[in-house]
Write a new protein. Structure first.
Length: 321
């Protein structure tokens, strides 16, 4: 199952809003096939694993004597691909070990029941916590009916995220390495959000350019209709959603869930971040703390920070809600 999780993570930047899934086929004490869900809309982990096994053993495999390990319950419905539970039954695999149940109402135990009704021995709950953690965004969408929310900002050593300004460039806190980490986060989450002031002052593109993976969906609030139509936020590189009439945080999250967006990285300014922190509806906070002291400026959001080891340039503080 640990190997399943390793394989599943290979699809981290390409399968959303689907979950990350890995599969390992074992006969006796030998791994005969491996696979993972590689691309949204493409084959799931199970058919990729079985195809790999048949390539490795073209003379045939005694599936009845094999165990298939999967970190998430096999799907039981027709979507962009046929049901994986149906494929497992057709192959005649004797035993299936599942990390955790799928919270999607279209599955939710039906895949397990299909296999059990076909006479397959099914074990559920192996490394369950690890399996749920891997797909925390997917679980949040289906169990809490909202996206998984990560707040991120960079601040100086004395607690400021920027100088007071009405134009010009922001102060530089991030290093080339930490900027790369931020772009990794962009690739890991389906959407990225900033407030009106950030769009007007910095005119950001909000793309994934320092890491492999897809560009996130860009989201902003524009209650007063002041964002120019030629802002870089509206480039053709990625889709953009603007909330104007209703910018309430709860409404935004519910609407994004209806759009099947399972995660959002908020890189906004202090006003937006403080608003979300006060609402209490967020899951993680990632703070980069630089070594600079500027004495005055825009105060960082009010959030209790835990200590973290420093490196030469800056350090990260990670907080779970």
């Amino acid at each position: 199952m640990a190997r399943c999780l390793q394989l599943a993570h290979l699809g981290a930047y390409y399968v959303a809003p689907n979950p990350m899934v890995g599969a390992v086929l074992v006969c006796g004490d030998v791994i005969v096939g491996e696979g993972w869900h590689q691309q949204y809309g493409g084959p799931h982990a199970e058919p990729n694993c079985l195809r790999n096994a048949e390539e490795n053993y073209p003379k045939g495999i005694d599936y009845q004597s094999c165990t298939l390990y999967i970190n998430l319950e096999p799907c039981s419905h027709y979507g962009k691909t046929p049901p994986c539970a149906e494929l497992i039954i057709k192959k005649g695999i004797g035993r299936v070990v599942v990390g955790c149940l799928d919270p999607n109402p279209k599955v939710a135990g039906r895949g397990i029941k299909m296999m059990q009704d076909a006479g397959i021995e099914v074990v559920v709950g192996v490394l369950e916590n690890e399996c749920r953690t891997l797909n925390k965004r997917f679980f949040c969408l289906h169990e809490n009916h909202r996206p998984y929310v990560i707040l991120k900002w960079a601040q100086t050593a004395d607690g400021y995220i920027d100088i007071e300004r009405t134009s010009g460039k922001p102060i530089t806190i991030s290093t080339p390495l930490t900027k790369q980490i931020v772009h990794q986060q962009r690739a890991e989450n389906m959407a990225i959000m900033v407030g009106t002031r950030t769009v007007l002052l910095d005119n950001p593109r909000l793309l994934t350019t320092h890491w492999s993976g897809r560009n996130p969906i860009r989201i902003t609030l524009d209650r007063h209709g002041v964002i120019p139509a030629d802002s870089k936020l509206f480039s053709k590189d990625a889709h953009t959603i603007v909330y104007r009439e209703n910018t309430d945080w709860q409404f935004v999250l519910e609407d994004l869930a209806k759009k099947n967006i399972h995660s959002i990285l908020v890189e906004g300014g202090a006003t937006l971040l403080n608003h979300i922190i006060q609402s209490g509806i967020y899951d993680e906070v990632h703070v980069e703390v630089g070594n600079e002291y500027i004495g005055n400026g825009v105060a960082a959001p009010k959030c209790i920070l835990k200590s973290s080891p420093k490196n030469i340039d800056s350090h990260w503080v990670f907080i779970e809600s």
